[in-house]
Design a protein around this ligand. Structure first.
Ligand SMILES: Cc1ncc(CO)c(N)n1
Length: 221
């Protein structure tokens, strides 16, 4: 049995926003096959821009893992995440060609810009390691939970979208998210009350940004 930590407690406390982020109508529409392809194309273009901004964020997590963590394995977990972002960017480029989305002309929507600004603020050296680790876990976990749902039994996910679902819904990514969660939980165990308040707040704000991000797909493009 896995030990229940702060993150599980916070997820229970903020269950409705967690569910909103991990079972958004866009994700549910992929799973039930009713997805509107213009929504998918919008998401693809916006997420490509997001991921480019996520790279320096993960790099800043890596720097904190090297400097502030007492555990040498933390760095390896984050480095693995950074390495997979390299493949992810290549994957986006192929998908862009497949779906005829020209990333050079995609304009970041408000929700995307706001999320990226939020990440930039977290990159400050003032932000404590347990706080940034909690944010990092939440960002990755929302995609893992969402896309794994599209592959669960009974799905009617269109075959041309299964590649996207496997990217974040595969077992390796699930294990990686668990490793990040364990790092965050370990750090939170020793954190001050003030840091705990900050980490909980950041967790909820990530979930809100994720919901707003999915919402962009509604407009199509
Ligand atoms: C908006 C968003 N959140 C999370 C990820 C990856 O985990 C992503 N690619 N995009």
């Amino acid at each position: 049995m896995e030990k229940r930590g702060m993150i599980d407690t916070w997820i229970d406390k903020h269950r409705s926003i967690y569910t909103a982020a991990t079972r958004h109508a866009f994700v549910v529409s992929i799973r039930d096959g009713s997805v509107d392809l213009s929504s998918f194309r919008t998401w693809l273009g916006q997420d490509y821009l997001f991921v480019r901004g996520f790279v320096p964020f993960v790099a800043s997590v890596l720097i904190k893992a090297c400097k502030d963590s007492g555990e040498s394995s933390d760095m390896e977990v984050v480095l693995g995440g950074l390495a997979s972002l390299n493949d992810e960017i290549e994957w986006f480029k192929k998908e862009g060609t497949k779906w005829d989305v020209d990333f050079s002309t995609v304009v970041p929507q408000n929700a995307n810009q706001e999320y990226r600004r939020f990440l930039e603020a977290l990159m400050s050296s003032e932000v404590k390691y347990p706080v940034i680790m909690t944010a990092f876990w939440a960002i990755e976990a929302v995609y893992q939970e969402s896309f794994a749902h599209c592959l669960e039994d009974g799905n009617k996910t269109p075959v041309e979208l299964t590649g996207a679902c496997h990217r974040w819904g595969n077992d390796g990514f699930k294990q990686y998210c668990l490793s990040v969660k364990n790092i965050a939980e370990r750090c939170l165990e020793n954190a001050s009350g003030e840091v705990l308040v900050e980490a909980e707040d950041v967790l909820v704000r990530v979930l809100e940004h994720e919901v707003a991000f999915w919402e962009m797909s509604r407009g199509g493009q």
